[in-house]
Design a binder for this molecule. Structure first.
Ligand SMILES: Cc1cc2nc3c(=O)[nH]c(=O)nc-3n(C[C@H](O)[C@H](O)[C@H](O)COP(=O)(O)O)c2cc1C
Length: 190
């Protein structure tokens, strides 16, 4: 009776964020599995508001990381307090390391509609549920990645530069960039 629970626990315990990948590309079939898992999670308002697309072009991923890092460095330079600047720079080392990831998942959701903002003000995004739905779908994707031997790491730190990232990724104005997920085959570190 506990067989499924045991399997689930094993999967949950084996999943860890992965930040080092082999250069092997993630094939189409694997990406399809990830998309399927993403779409099967519970989503507010059906699955109309969420999107997950994959960037598999290495040059594009490197360019995104480099441009994000540049924008972040410029932002850090504008911080007057040396202490706050150094702390921000230190924390920011976790934000743009994904340049060598063979694949990057881009998770976006439709912004809450105007009527919902009128109804609920600042609470509108929470009620709209886009970000929560994205979290649920992304976790399904992470678990699916683990079952097919892929490593993954969610990334929201890079959204400190969200304007630049949304611009570089051509996110339509009606949508918000929720998170990036670095993906690839796990590199065994010696
Ligand atoms: C929403 C979210 C955003 C995250 N953003 C980043 C990030 O910007 N950079 C990073 O290196 N890791 C990021 N992580 C990964 C966490 O650091 C990691 O999940 C946490 O340390 C727990 O480790 P585990 O995933 O191995 O269990 C993020 C995780 C989540 C869930």
């Amino acid at each position: 009776m506990t067989e499924n629970y045991d399997k689930l626990m094993q999967l949950l315990k084996s999943r860890h964020s992965c930040r080092f990948f082999t250069p092997d590309p993630v094939d189409e079939k694997a990406l399809q599995h990830l998309s399927d898992a993403f779409a099967l999670a519970p989503q507010a308002g059906g699955n109309r508001h969420l999107q997950c697309r994959f960037i598999t072009d290495q040059a594009t991923i490197r360019c995104l990381a480099a441009r994000g890092q540049e924008a972040f460095a410029a932002f850090c330079q504008s911080i007057p307090s040396p202490f706050v600047r150094e702390e921000t720079e230190r924390y920011g080392k976790n934000f743009f390391w994904f340049s060598e990831a063979p694949t990057l998942a881009i998770v976006t959701c439709r912004k809450a509609p105007a009527f919902m903002e009128q109804l609920a003000g600042k609470k509108a995004p929470l009620i709209w549920g886009g970000e929560l739905s994205a979290a649920m779908s992304s976790f399904s994707l992470l678990l699916a990645a683990e079952t097919i031997g892929l490593g993954a790491c969610c990334l929201t730190g890079s959204l400190t530069m969200w304007r630049e990232m949304e611009d570089l990724l051509d996110i339509p104005k009606r949508d918000s960039l929720i998170l990036l997920i670095a993906l690839g085959y796990k590199k065994v570190l010696s």
